[in-house]
Ligand binder design. Structure first.
Ligand code: FEO
Length: 167
């Protein structure tokens, strides 16, 4: 039997495509704000994060097509343009990732209820990815709490983040 996407699942997955693209837009905004504030390493970290979010959107789009669905690209809402500090940006990032996790879990609930095994299998990757993302951001936030107002430590932190490898 061929796997075909239910219309309500297709709508929900397309909504998630939009959410992932919005995330990419958010992190790109953070990246350029951090660059503007002189944190080039942190800016580069957020740029990589934005690329990752674009790849998440692609992963959803490729799945939709592979199960005979139709990708529908909706407008992307405006994002915040400025953050008070790197800590402010990472706090916002953690908050946002928690919301994304809720969305992924919501999709998983839907797929389980619909006995949609293909979507469940695809979503498992995202469940694991969210655990990793939240954990990584939480660690960076802990470091920023320790750094506090120490300018030399912040300089080191910025340099370190500039070395982030592509995941
Ligand atoms: Fe696509 Fe950062 O979750």
């Amino acid at each position: 039997m061929r796997t075909i996407l239910e219309p309500n699942m297709e709508t929900a997955l397309n909504k998630q495509v939009n959410a992932e693209l919005w995330s990419a837009y958010l992190y790109l905004s953070m990246s350029y704000d951090m660059k503007d504030k002189g944190f080039d390493g942190i800016a580069s970290w957020f740029e990589k994060q934005a690329k990752e979010e674009f790849e998440h959107a692609q992963r959803f789009m490729n799945f939709i097509v592979s199960v005979d669905g139709k990708v529908k690209l909706e407008p992307i809402d405006e994002v915040r343009q400025e953050w008070n500090s790197p800590k402010d940006a990472f706090e916002d990032t953690l908050l946002h990732e928690k919301l994304v996790t809720e969305k992924i879990h919501g999709l998983m609930d839907m797929a389980i209820e619909a006995k949609d095994y293909a979507t469940q299998s695809m979503l498992r990757w995202f469940v694991d990815e969210q655990v990793e993302e939240e954990d990584a951001v939480r660690s960076l936030l802990q470091a920023l709490v320790v750094i506090n107002d120490d300018k030399a430590a912040m300089w080191m932190f910025d340099k370190k983040l500039g070395k982030r490898e592509d995941d």
